[in-house]
Every structure is written in C-alpha cells, then in structure tokens.
Design a protein around this ligand. Structure first.
Ligand code: ADP
Ligand code: ADP
Length: 225
C-alpha cells in the first residue's frame, strides 16, 4: 500500500541542521499539507522523500519498501516542480510521455498512458503544442500530468499555487483535491496558506526549525480552544 513513514529523518548541509530527526506517518490516500516559516525544512523534507536529495540519517518507508536511498525514478514518488521544468522543444504529449521513456516502456504504451493522464487533467486538446504556446496555468497542468504518468503512490507539490493569480489559484485548488480523491494516492503539498491547508488537507504538518511541531487534522490545528 502507499502509506509513508519517516523515521528520525535528518538532513544536514555542512553546519546547518535543516531537518532534525523527524518522525511522521502519512496513511495511504491522505492529502497532507506542510506549513511553516521559510527555512524550516519543508523543501528539504520533500526532496528527501522524492529522492532528489539523500537523507543524512533516518529511514523513509513507502508501503513495505525502504526507499531512503533509491533513485527518484524507482521509489514510487513523483514531484511537481515550482518552475514546472518542462522541455521547451518537446510537445505537451512528448513532455508527458518522457518520464516513461526513461523507465523503458514501449512507445505505444507510453502514448496510451500519456493520453489517459492528459485526459484526466484536461490537456488533450493541447497535445501537439509546445510549452511556450501555453498559459502558465496550462503549463502547470503539463507538469502535473508529467508527474502523474508514472502512477506514483505519493505526489509531492512544493507551493503549487503560489505562482498563480487568485482566480486560477482557487480553480487549481479544487482540481488538486478532485484528482487526489479520484486517484486515491497521497499528496504532500507545501504551502504558506492556512486557508489552502484548511480547504485541502486531511492531515496538516506544521514545521519549525527543522522539527515537526504538530501533525493533526486541520480542525485540530486551526481551531483549538
Ligand atoms: P523551507 O522549504 O521550509 O523554506 P528548506 O528546506 O529550503 O526550508 O531549508 C531549510 C534550511 O536548510 C535553511 O536554513 C536553508 O538555508 C538550508 N538549505 C536548504 N537547501 C540547502 C542547500 N542546498 N545547501 C545548503 N543549505 C541549504
Ligand atoms: P524555498 O522557497 O523553499 O524557501 P529557497 O529560496 O530557500 O527555497 O531555495 C531555493 C534553492 O536554493 C533550493 O534548491 C535550495 O536547495 C537552495 N538553497 C537554499 N538555501 C541554500 C543555502 N543556504 N545554500 C545553498 N543553497 C541553498
């Protein structure tokens, strides 16, 4: 199953202790929002879960597998980047299918799966466009499709709404929640917005100085007597 467990996960950069022995359990199919001041270790935690950085110590367990030191493509996680990181010379379809190419799937299978995911995020009509021919919101959907095409058990979103205008932000927020429910996987969503966390999260994690201060339902975190 897709339950995630962090056991004493730690990240040091030289003298900086960015993440300080955190423990966390996220059951499969949870919408989990991470909040906390800039520099408290949210991004470092996400990068360790996604495998873009290796933990200095501790263990990251997904389902029955210890993924602490696995390569990003082998862990069953996917990350949507803040700047979308699309390939400018590839069409939308090829951008989405690309992650599967690295995983050695046949061309027919890659395009079938890419088509399915593009349908899911309403991108089908833009399949043959280049990223530069899309709006910011559309580019973000390509980045989302590219992350989802690998069938991850965990999708990581680092401030996915912060670059969008207020109208689009609400629309994408609703869309993310729908997708998470429909796919039944866990989303780990870093945000500065309490309202965002309140609207989306099953589980809210508050970080401070590299530690987890609180991990509870939004009701418990935001409405304490
Ligand atoms: P947040 O995402 O909550 O803003 P980060 O995980 O980006 O926090 O940063 C946590 C701490 O680690 C900060 O003190 C930051 O300066 C430091 N840090 C983050 N990435 C690096 C890096 N690549 N090299 C050195 N220090 C880093
Ligand atoms: P965030 O929006 O998460 O706070 P930052 O602006 O702190 O992001 O960091 C942006 C990038 O710079 C990240 O890739 C991070 O690894 C890197 N970084 C952050 N702090 C440091 C640092 N003190 N030294 C080197 N790299 C850093």
């Amino acid at each position: 199953d897709g339950s995630l467990e962090l056991v004493k996960v730690t990240k040091r950069y030289g003298e900086t202790l960015a993440v300080d022995a955190i423990d966390l359990r996220v059951p499969a199919g949870t919408y989990c929002c991470f909040l906390g001041p800039s520099g408290c270790g949210k991004s470092s935690t996400m990068r360790m879960i996604a495998g873009h950085e290796i933990a200095s110590s501790g263990d990251i367990i997904l389902g029955a597998q210890n993924i602490t030191e696995l390569a990003p493509a082998k862990r069953g996680t996917a990350m949507m980047f803040q700047n979308y990181a699309l390939f400018p010379h590839l069409t939308v379809l090829d951008n989405v299918a690309f992650s599967l190419k690295m995983r050695g799937q046949s061309k027919a299978e890659r395009y079938r799966k890419a088509g399915e995911v593009m349908e899911l995020v309403d991108l089908t009509k833009f399949a043959s466009r280049l990223p530069a021919q899309l709006s910011g919101g559309q580019q973000q959907r390509v980045a989302l499709a590219r992350a989802l095409v690998t069938d991850p058990g965990i999708l990581i979103l680092d401030e996915p709404l912060s670059a969008l205008d207020p109208f689009l932000r609400l629309k994408v927020r609703t869309e993310l929640k729908r997708l998470q429910r429909e796919l039944g996987i866990s989303f780990l969503h870093v945000t500065h917005g309490q309202d965002e966390a309140m609207a989306l999260a099953d589980l809210v994690v508050i970080m401070k100085d590299g530690r987890i201060e609180q991990a509870a339902s939004p009701q418990d975190v935001f409405h304490r007597p």
